[in-house]
Design a protein around this ligand. Structure first.
Ligand code: DQA
Length: 144
C-alpha cells in the first residue's frame, strides 16, 4: 500500500478549543481518524503528524520525499510565511503535495490570501472544514 503523509502545522493541535466559530469543534484526533478511514477506502496508509515547529515540517517533507507517495499539508500560519516549507516542497518534486485548510483563507484577512505552498502544490482545498482532508486524500489518490 502507498503511504501518504498528512502534515499539520502550528496551533492545529488546539482544534476543538481554538476559535470554534472559524475552525469548528472537531479535534485533530477526530480529523486523524477521518483520514485513516478515508485512507482505508482509498487503499492508502496514512501517516498523520502535527508540529508547532517549522523545522519539523521541513524534516517531514524531506522524509516524505524518500518514504511517501504524496503529502497532504495544512501548514497553518506557516502557509503564509514559510519560504523554508516552500523550498522543501520544491526540493521533493515531483512528489505530489495537496494543500488543505479548514477555513476559506481567501474570505479572511488579506495576509491569509497568500500561500507560499500553492505554487508548488497539485491543488488546494479550503473552506470545507475537516471534510477538506478527505477531499484532499481523494484528489491525491486519483493522481497516484
Ligand atoms: C488554517 C488557516 C491559516 O491561515 C491559519 O493560520 C491556521 C489554520 C486553516 O486550516 O484554515 O492555523 O490553515
Amino acid at each position: 500500500m502507498k503511504t501518504v503523509f498528512v502534515l499539520n502545522g502550528p496551533n492545529l493541535n488546539m482544534l476543538g478549543k481554538r476559535e470554534p466559530s472559524i475552525y469548528g469543534d472537531q479535534t485533530l484526533d477526530d480529523i486523524a481518524a477521518d483520514c485513516v478511514k478515508a485512507g482505508k477506502d482509498l487503499g492508502l496508509t496514512i501517516d498523520f503528524r502535527q508540529s508547532n515547529h517549522e523545522g519539523h515540517l521541513v524534516d517531514w517533507i524531506q522524509e516524505a520525499g524518500e518514504a511517501a507517495a504524496g503529502v497532504v499539508i495544512n501548514a497553518g500560519a506557516y502557509t503564509h510565511t514559510s519560504i523554508a516549507i516552500h523550498d522543501a516542497i520544491r526540493g521533493v518534486a515531483p512528489l505530489p503535495v495537496v494543500e488543505v485548510h479548514l477555513s476559506n483563507i481567501h474570505a479572511r484577512e488579506p495576509f491569509r490570501h497568500v500561500s507560499r505552498i500553492a505554487p508548488h502544490a497539485v491543488g488546494m482545498i479550503c473552506g470545507f472544514g475537516p471534510l477538506g482532508y478527505t477531499l484532499a486524500l481523494q484528489a491525491l489518490a486519483a493522481r497516484l
